[in-house]
Design a protein. Sequence first.
Length: 235
Amino acid sequence: MKSLSEKILCYLSKRFPLLDALAQLSLIPLQLMTRKDFTTLIATGMLLASCANYDTRLTSSATKYLGTDGSIISRSAESTLADKNSYWDGDGVDGEPSIVINLSEQKASFYKGSKLVGVSAISSGREGFGTPTGSYKITQKNEDHVSNLYGDYVSAQGDVLVKNVSKGKDPVPAGGSFAGAPMPYFMRLGRTAVGMHQGFLPGVPDSHGCIRMPERMVKAFFQNAPSGTTVTIIN
């Protein structure tokens, strides 16, 4: 008859296959294990299993997202949760424009004077490409901006040869040339390479440092924030 420890290990081994291997490799026979030995084995197995199950779905362009209303959201979806959770009430309101971007809340707030007139969901820089905090002025506006750092390598006919490359870092394939990623309604912050622009929002920080916004919101910000507008980025 199996002991309680053996029953528990049998159950967990089915859920975490690495436990099976650990039990086989253990220098201490299962029957002679103390409670501490058994607990250590279980904890180690679960930790390794969680590492083994790690994947990169958040950075995959093929990943789809489940909305709170049950809808499936993809990069091609016309209406995303971010768009639904954003609003603009600034038409006809007077006051000096300013923008506050909160990275921890992943949102941008637009003020005219002291009145909050719009809020947009954003996607800021992911790990390793963090969006810098501080106070900036909008120094450049370009409705049809393209990146000079990130994009694709394409053929002379315009076919994509290699997707999602970094210019100057990723090798150029034979017959290929760099095509910068579109960044519509780009608003550059100070002298940095960072700006606000239209882009996909997966619900987490996902960019190379820029602040992505839904199309209808970035248009409103673009139209109401002239060059010189103060943009404050906080954590």
